[in-house]
Write a protein of this length. Sequence first.
Lengths: 116, 117
Amino acid sequence: GENVEQHPSTLSVQEGDSAVIKCTYSDSASNYFPWYKQELGKRPQLIIDIRSNVGEKKDQRIAVTLNKTAKHFSLHITETQPEDSAVYFCAAKSGGGSGNTGKLIFGQGTTLQVKP
Amino acid sequence: NAGVMQNPRHLVRRRGQEARLRCSPMKGHSHVYWYRQLPEEGLKFMVYLQKENIIDESGMPKERFSAEFPKEGPSILRIQQVVRGDSAAYFCASSPPTGGLTSYEQYFGPGTRLTVT
């Protein structure tokens, strides 16, 4: 079935360092890959996304890369700050085309700790 | 512009009771998704609805769970005869109509934390 694997499960970095989280997906028809940040007890917040017709997208300190051939995508956070500490989830939209189901398949999450 | 609204935020039910969770999508959004998050786990898709239609319910347990999105009013996720294993955070997300540049984006509500005692 559809599956998204996310690594690592926990990541600890020093403030100012970079953090990289990686995901692989199984459904070759997936065409949309969002990343969510979830703070304790809060809602998942969309921070960046990428569609399958693009290889890379950047928004200030965060960037996402996509390798469709290998079916993996990554989140890169540069110049990390303590407020970046949270759980990060990758996801892949199931299926392809405009008339598809639209459901997101989520990875297991990465707990990022940024030490001051 | 109000975001996705969910109520109640916290719900406590005894085993065997019914739980009703409500979700109002963002203004202009016509697609609603329900996800369940068990403690310290990821989000699992349950059901995808448009107004008066269930589009995909492949993630819904076969028994006790149902969902609707009527022409008027919020989407409702209903759990009958709750059991302890139903304790979780239930999130609703909404997205714009298909065809636009942002139609894939899903925005989440604050969630309903269901506790079954």
